[in-house]
Ligand binder design. Sequence first.
Ligand SMILES: *Cc1c(COP(=O)(O)O)cnc(C)c1O
Length: 418
Amino acid sequence: MQAKPKEQDDAALLAALLAGELPDARGRFGAFGGRYVPETLVPALERLEAGVRDYLREPGFQEEFCHELFEWVGRPTALTPARGLSRAWGADVWLKREDLAHTGAHKINNAIGQALLAKRLGAKRVIAETGAGQHGVASAAACARIGLPCRVYMGAVDISRQAPNVDRMRRLGAEVVAVESGDKTLRAAIDEALRDWVSDPDGTYYLLGSAVGPHPYPYLVREMHRCIGDEARAQMLKQAGKLPDAVFACVGGGSNAIGLFHAFLGDPDVEIVGVEAGGIGSGLGQNAATLATGTPGVLQGSYTMILQDPNGQVQETQSVSAGLDYSGVGPEHAFLQSIGRVRYEAAGDADVLDALDEVCAEEGILTALETAHAFVGAREWARKNPGKTMLIGNSGRGDKDMSTLVQHPTTRARHAGA
Ligand SMILES: *Cc1c(COP(=O)(O)O)cnc(C)c1O
């Protein structure tokens, strides 16, 4: 028997995804995803999966979620024509402004959505993990809004690096717990949160912060963020009168990117590009470019692309942007890469800092360091594809990055002031 060409398989897999048949019953997107967890975690995940099935599509839940997005988060967020960048790049550039959402980034969509789900499931308390602190702040805010106690696990190293966010979380009523085990950063914080969850799976809800981890989280988190792409697609048609030729987003765990990309996956003429943290180089340990440079493996409950050495030891990451510093990535992105629907590339620290300055100067928007990666990818694409229409996910604002930015004085402002 003759093997089917890969393109036919890829097209069938994309069709299955768009028809809602993926993730499949085992929580897989093609080869990726699934649920690689200890026996003790299975009941909690099955309970969550049942809750997702019962409530996510339920009209009452959707109505409450939409209300919170409208009245508290500030959705829909604006679609802004980027006139300065359009001029500078010779393109027609549009920005989806997640920086205008409450707490300054897309993360709040997922935090408020899951906090509402926690309430429906009868949870008495919420736990969350955080790396740089942004998801902890969003979770603390959402739990204050919904009226649930919130405990945030944070690596001891991150706590010392991110003091203002620790204070923010505490003011918003959360208890911040320092994690002294493992690498004392995000990975250890996720492990600790999972341990807490196992000890009380009925009373506790684990509010995971990106489209990663065991099934059903990658699916659940994507659904919480799909408003980004749904809004942006309708706004493009209304304001630009057409769909973009290309869509760009930065990819850490991949939540803002998957939320933006989903609405465009079924538009075959729209090119989709995810941009990861290229750090200081392409060598192992020098970046966080999981899809661009990693290999398949299991990390924190999911079969996905990860950064590991030839012995399967997970590698530390490096990036100027704390929010992209993770050795894994959401399995749906690994899947979209494997079927060739989305391309992933890496942007290095130096280019990222330069792009951030360009966005400031041209648009009057201080974008986040994470987000600036998407602008690097978009700028390079514009050079090769003049005159095209481009949509960039502006995932968050950069005020939180000032302590990093002051260490990298801008060259542009000096020109302007001279
Ligand atoms: C956390 C964060 C990211 C990275 O997370 P994803 O799950 O990949 O979206 C990107 N941009 C901003 C502004 C963030 O705060």
